[in-house]
Design a protein around this ligand. Sequence first.
Ligand code: G16
Ligand code: MG
Length: 218
Amino acid sequence: PIKACIFDLDGVIVDTTHFHYLAWKRLTNELGFDITEEDNEQLKGVSRMECLRIILSIGGVSTSADKLYDLAEMKNRWYLEHIYTMTEQNVIAGAVEFIDAVQKAGLKVAIASASKNAGIILDKLNLRDRFSVLVDGNVVNKSKPNPEIFLRSARELGVEPDSCIVFEDAISGIQAANNAGMRSVGIGSDDMLKNAHLVVPTLGAMSLEDLFSLENFA
Ligand code: G16
Ligand code: MG
């Protein structure tokens, strides 16, 4: 039976994806090249340093280890400028309502985010208290598709991986959930997230009936 739901943060509950994109774009422009929305798809769910490596390889730029940290730090400062402007308007429509319904149905809920800023974002939007478990980029260092972040969430929730449902917008996140032996719900487009057990356009489109229909997947 399904006992818990594990939610990714960026792109599932809050619309920070565009803020990450703007900050990375600013960094690439600073370095003399550019990235597109399409490049940004590869950056979803991937840790900050891993994103930086991907971006530098797109631009054909190589740099020293010291400089890497400076660049990542600079991107993060620009990203946080956007984060501080966020209001409840940036919470994706219907997300909180669905999470509340899941809790009322007696299931546990956790956040599993690759972001080191997950706590800041949850606090800013007054969402932190809703989740009994938060596993983020400060405690996990293996990037999705490694299943570590979801396995750790299940452990902290006190449930078995096969009784968890993961909600993810990133290709790497769906793979990580599947690698953890969990059922996955893709948030976004069907053709992008083909490996998910179910795909819905947003969390707001998800019903408890859809959720419990996942029981039927072994
Ligand atoms: C998020 C984003 C990624 C971002 C990562 C690290 O993961 O999807 O694009 O690179 O966090 O973020 P930060 O630089 O804030 O530590 P998730 O797992 O929440 O989608
Ligand atoms: Mg995400």
